[in-house]
Design a protein around this ligand. Sequence first.
Ligand code: SF4
Length: 281
Amino acid sequence: MPENATSEQVPITAKSPFELRVNLGQNVPDADARAALASGEMGFLHSFTTGSAVDGPGVRVVAWTAGCLFRCLYCHNPDTWTMRNGMPVTVERATEELRKYRSGLKTMGGGLTVSGGEPLMQHRFVLKLFKAAQTMGIHTALDTNGYLGDRLLDEELEAVNLVLLDIKTWDPERHRHLTGMEIGPVLAFARRLAARNKRVWLRYVLVPGLTDNSDDIAQIAQFTAGLGNVERVDVLPFHQMGRYKWQELGMDYKLQDFEPPSEELVERTCAQFRSTGLNVH
Ligand code: SF4
């Protein structure tokens, strides 16, 4: 894609989130972007993708938002770190796009997942889109790192049917190293969701040499099982599908030579979660 591509030239749908997309919102004046974030009338999206069977129940449409406050060493979509890389999309346009899939989503027991990036960077837009989805009878799932969970009021959580919560690692120092941010707000959001008995699926990205510390995994498993509202845990094996994005963006990728986890490591990790009574996939 040429560096000066505009959102008019690029379709709102992508084959996958692994399409590299940059600078699609660069022509939006700052004042307009600020107003859009404040009102939620417009958001910045990497794309919509369809047919996902791994981002919540059933077969789902996923809206990938642009903008993230974490800087995960293993991120496979670093083009979504910057909000202005995303395409400016009004709530109406996003709703229209979603409407196309309404009957299919219902037939396949699916729904809309908003992922990213970090969707709560644009929480007002996401809430409006979720409310529009629910009005159409479409199930909503929020895939979040949880750090900005405070942005959602208790009543606003009603627009979210399911939270896919990422816990990146347990040890606070390792969490800072891995994400650049503190773990405290993530755990606080997890506890708040538990107190409200909100449905949650936990997601854990397993990277050999980075997130495979057995003590950390045991602590996360214990914490997660103790919450009482986590329906399932997805252990997601690290892969290198995003490596080319780091290269294309000229970013320093520290995991260049990291390998996906072995079957044994995946099994050991799943067993650690399972041993606390959690339902693991
Ligand atoms: S939270 Fe997700 S999008 Fe943000 S840096 Fe981490 S992996 Fe990437």
